[in-house]
Design a protein around this ligand. Structure first.
Ligand code: GLA
Length: 356
């Protein structure tokens, strides 16, 4: 009897060690852990595809998004000039490494060059001209990457954060009214009928903004506009949102028959946007713990919902992220699953443990 117990103990120990070994098998990446659930990726630049960062991207991810290269002001800086080089580099990388690629973004109120909205004399263009420019831009950009880019953020951030306003008062809206939104989807669909077309926005877990986005998309669908999904950007923090609000957004948007993707995920370790937190720039043990829990709770929601087809992080590692400068200039943040030395963080193990 004693011998049987000893044998059982040894077998359990071996089993435990195999599991541990699996967990820290450094050749496994997020894409392996989540392979039966959803695509997993990061936003990249031609530079982040090189060296250690590039190796990490290949090991961990199976989808990428250009962080900046495809934004209108970068890819189409002047009326008759496109700048393809950076996007071509990123698309080439995705192809060589069998990765999917999302296109970001065709129509946005920011990072769109002034020429878009002005005629040769510097006067604001009218609706017809602006829509024609949007159509040309979309046809050329989507057309060039047809077959290489499977999903597009067609319209980015068209809804206002102000609870009393519906649409953001951008130049797009001022000149065209909300019609530009339906047109943007129509042009993208004509340029690549196979591509999945997304509306993309942040603060989608705010109940008021969620409702406004829901109503806008519902109307678009009723009008027969080709829209296939909604991108929850996922710029979250240790304090916000709650998993319940996230769950509600996923349920609400998918009730419209839409595909849901998390398109720009990061979890800021700060609670305040005004640098009011103690120890700015320090990744304290408490922040590390809170962030790991937050990541875990969000991934639990993704898994349970069964509605998420892709999760993309905004940037690769804490070495560099846009949150190092936003909303507080020069306040170092630590929002991702890899630290500044490209090592996996506590949050990484929390989310991968969920599928072990
Ligand atoms: C928004 C945009 C992104 C990016 C981030 C900040 O979420 O959609 O393209 O600019 O802001 O980097």
């Amino acid at each position: 009897m004693k011998r049987r117990h000893a044998l059982l103990f040894v077998l359990t120990l071996i089993g435990f060690q195999i599991c541990q070994a699996q967990q820290i098998d450094s050749s496994l990446g997020l894409k392996d852990y989540f392979k039966n659930r959803f695509l997993i990726g990061a936003s990249v630049t031609p530079n982040s595809l090189k060296g250690q960062s590039g190796a990490l991207i290949i090991r961990e991810f199976n989808t990428i998004t250009a962080e900046n290269a495809m934004k209108p002001s970068l890819i189409h800086p002047e009326k008759d000039r496109y700048f393809w080089t950076d996007t071509d580099t990123i698309v080439g990388f995705a192809k060589r490494n069998n990765m999917k690629m999302r296109g970001h973004t065709l129509c946005w109120h920011r990072q769109t060059a002034d020429w878009f909205f002005k005629d040769d004399e510097g006067k604001q263009v009218g609706k017809e001209e602006l829509l024609m420019r949007l159509k040309d831009h979309t046809t050329n950009v989507v057309g060039r990457y047809k077959g290489s880019i499977y999903a597009w953020d067609v319209v980015n951030e068209a809804i206002d954060d102000d609870e009393k306003k519906e649409f953001r008062s951008s130049l797009w809206y001022e000149i065209c009214g909300d019609e530009y939104i339906a047109k943007a989807f129509q042009y993208a669909h004509e340029a690549d009928p196979e591509a999945k077309l997304f509306y993309n926005d942040y603060n989608t877990e705010n109940p008021v903004k969620r409702e406004k986005i829901f109503l806008m998309i519902k109307k678009l669908k009723e009008q027969g506009v080709p829209i296939h999904g909604v991108g929850l950007q996922g710029h979250w923090s240790n304090k916000w949102p709650s998993s319940d609000e996230l769950k509600r957004s996923i349920e609400k948007f998918s009730s419209l028959g839409l595909e849901i993707q998390i398109t720009e995920m990061d979890i800021s370790v700060y609670g305040s946007k005004e640098n009011m937190d103690e120890n700015p720039g320090v990744f304290t043990a408490e922040r590390e713990k809170d962030q790991a829990e937050k990541y875990k709770s969000f991934f639990e929601v993704f898994f349970k919902s069964n509605k998420i087809s892709s999760v993309t992080f905004w940037n690769v590692s804490d070495r560099h992220s846009w949150l190092d400068n936003f909303p507080v200039k020069n306040r170092k943040n630590f929002p991702l699953l890899f630290d500044a030395t490209f090592s996996r963080k506590k949050a990484y193990w929390e989310v991968t443990k969920l599928v072990n």
